[in-house]
Design a binder for this molecule. Structure first.
Ligand code: ADP
Length: 452
């Protein structure tokens, strides 16, 4: 039973059920109708005998019978008072006449295996000069009429197998049709799990039944799978690409120094290029590691109570010291703003935004860092008056490895477009969001909102 498909199980089950129901209904009908018919036969017998009794009369010493003595399969014989027959006959099979005469009593008699109902009536007759009585005996075969029902039942039993077969085939076809989407679902899932074709979809948008909904849930899952798989591939390829550039430079410089550097200055020059590139690689790797760790730890970040006002102040001080720049940093930090969060990650978020403001700011420009809170949320904002970001680029800067092509100093520091992607990840991890408002050549402001 276990290895049968659902289609077959469903078909078998309701075919079986149908047989049981139809047989039960037929049997029930047979029982009821035969008892009804039996009652009808008896009633009819009595009625026929009664009516014959009513229509016999005496005329000039003679018994006059003016009706047909065989009616509806009921045979009647009229006897004189001394029981000698006057008129009428019985069915052939009814060949026993020694049955006691009892007026107004219905008897059931078995003769040669056949059942008969026998009903007698004694009727008194009289005219002006005479007075006598006659016996009327009515006989009807008890089985004849129910036989009709039996035949009907037998015919039904004979056609039943065909009906069942028809229902089974029809049912099987319908359930096969109904289960087709499941087959498609299985096929698509198999192809995807084999890794052959990630873009495979079940595509049952038109059907809104349970299976259709299941299929579209699967399709959505496949979409996400494909996207994250593609993103992963992209990430690896971008990361290797970013690492390859400085390594190529290092290789070229070291070869050049070995083959053609003559003076100490030549060697020092080559070494400083190599050092810069190595620093870049180191920066890239630590960023990559931080990113990977963030992905890994996603489920198990432990939130603690963080004094955001203190944190923001110290990050601003650090950045101010780190950047020997003509840009001035001003703050507007509300005191005692605190929240549940991861202090290391929040520190990274703030540092990244401020670093970018320095990096993409203009000479003698201004940066303003503010922290405030409302009833519902906390706002951390970094505004600069630097190079700005065009509307189209604003949508892309949060993607991993995305860098606006004209960002001046980016490559000097070994940035590779991971900062904002990380910022966004941290924001989401804190159930917050990050948004940007910017006008090209005028400046940008990044806002981190996060619910209390
Ligand atoms: P990067 O490592 O290049 O700074 P980010 O992810 O931090 O990477 O930023 C992505 C890109 O967004 C940057 O290359 C830069 O072009 C742009 N960008 C980020 N912050 C600013 C800003 N404050 N002003 C102008 N452009 C910015």
């Amino acid at each position: 039973m276990r290895h049968l498909s659902i289609k077959l199980k469903v078909t078998l089950w309701y075919t079986f059920l149908m047989i049981v129901v139809v047989t039960a209904v037929l049997g029930f009908m047979y029982l009821i109708s035969s008892s009804v018919i039996e009652k009808d036969v008896k009633k009819e017998l009595e009625a026929v005998v009664d009516s014959i009794g009513g229509s016999i009369h005496l005329d000039d010493h003679e018994v006059i019978i003016s009706v047909n003595l065989v009616q509806n399969g009921i045979y009647t014989v009229v006897y004189k008072e001394n029981l000698s027959p006057i008129q009428g006959f019985f069915p052939l099979e009814y060949d026993n006449t020694n049955i006691e005469y009892k007026s107004d009593v219905l008897q059931t008699i078995k003769i040669n295996g056949l059942n008969f109902y026998v009903y007698d009536r004694k009727v008194s007759l009289q005219d002006e000069e005479d007075r006598t009585s006659v016996w009327i005996r009515g006989v009807v075969a008890a089985d004849t009429t129910p036989n009709l029902m039996k035949n009907l039942f037998e015919t039904a039993l004979m056609t039943l197998p065909f009906l069942v077969l028809l229902a089974a085939i029809g049912g099987y076809l319908i359930s096969r049709q109904a289960f087709k989407p499941i087959d498609r679902l299985m096929k698509a899932a198999n192809q995807i799990s084999d890794g052959k074709d990630l873009s495979k979809r079940i595509g049952l948008e038109n059907s809104k039944d349970e299976i259709g909904r299941l299929a579209s849930t699967f399709d959505r899952m496949f979409n996400r799978l494909e996207n994250s798989f593609e993103a992963e591939k992209q990430f690896t390829s971008d990361a290797s690409h970013e690492l390859r550039t400085p390594i190529t430079v290092i290789l070229a410089q070291s070869e050049l120094a070995q083959s053609s550097a003559k003076t100490l200055e030549d060697h020092q020059e080559a070494l400083s290029v190599i050092h810069r590139q190595a620093l870049k690689i180191s920066h890239l790797i630590s960023q990559l590691l931080a990113f990977a760790r963030l992905d890994q730890d996603r489920g198990k970040v432990e939130f603690t109570h963080v004094d955001l006002s203190d944190l923001a102040k110290s990050v601003c001080d650090e950045q101010n010291e780190a950047w020997e720049s003509s840009i001035t940093l001003s703050t507007e930090i509300q005191a005692n703003v605190s929240a549940q969060g991861d202090p290391v990650l929040l520190n990274r978020l703030m540092s990244n935004l401020i670093e970018n403001a320095y990096q993409y700011g203009k000479e003698n420009g201004h940066i303003k860092v503010s922290l405030s809170q409302t009833q519902k949320e906390i706002l951390f904002k970094v505004e600069d008056d630097g190079i700005g970001i065009s509307q189209q680029e604003q949508e892309k800067i949060f993607q991993r490895f995305y860098q606006v092509s004209n960002s001046r100093t980016a490559n000097e520091r070994g940035s590779m477009g991971l900062g904002l992607a990380m910022v966004q990840k941290i924001a989401v991890l804190h159930k917050g969001s990050i948004s940007v408002e910017s006008t090209i050549h005028k400046g940008s402001s990044f806002i981190f909102r996060f619910p209390k």
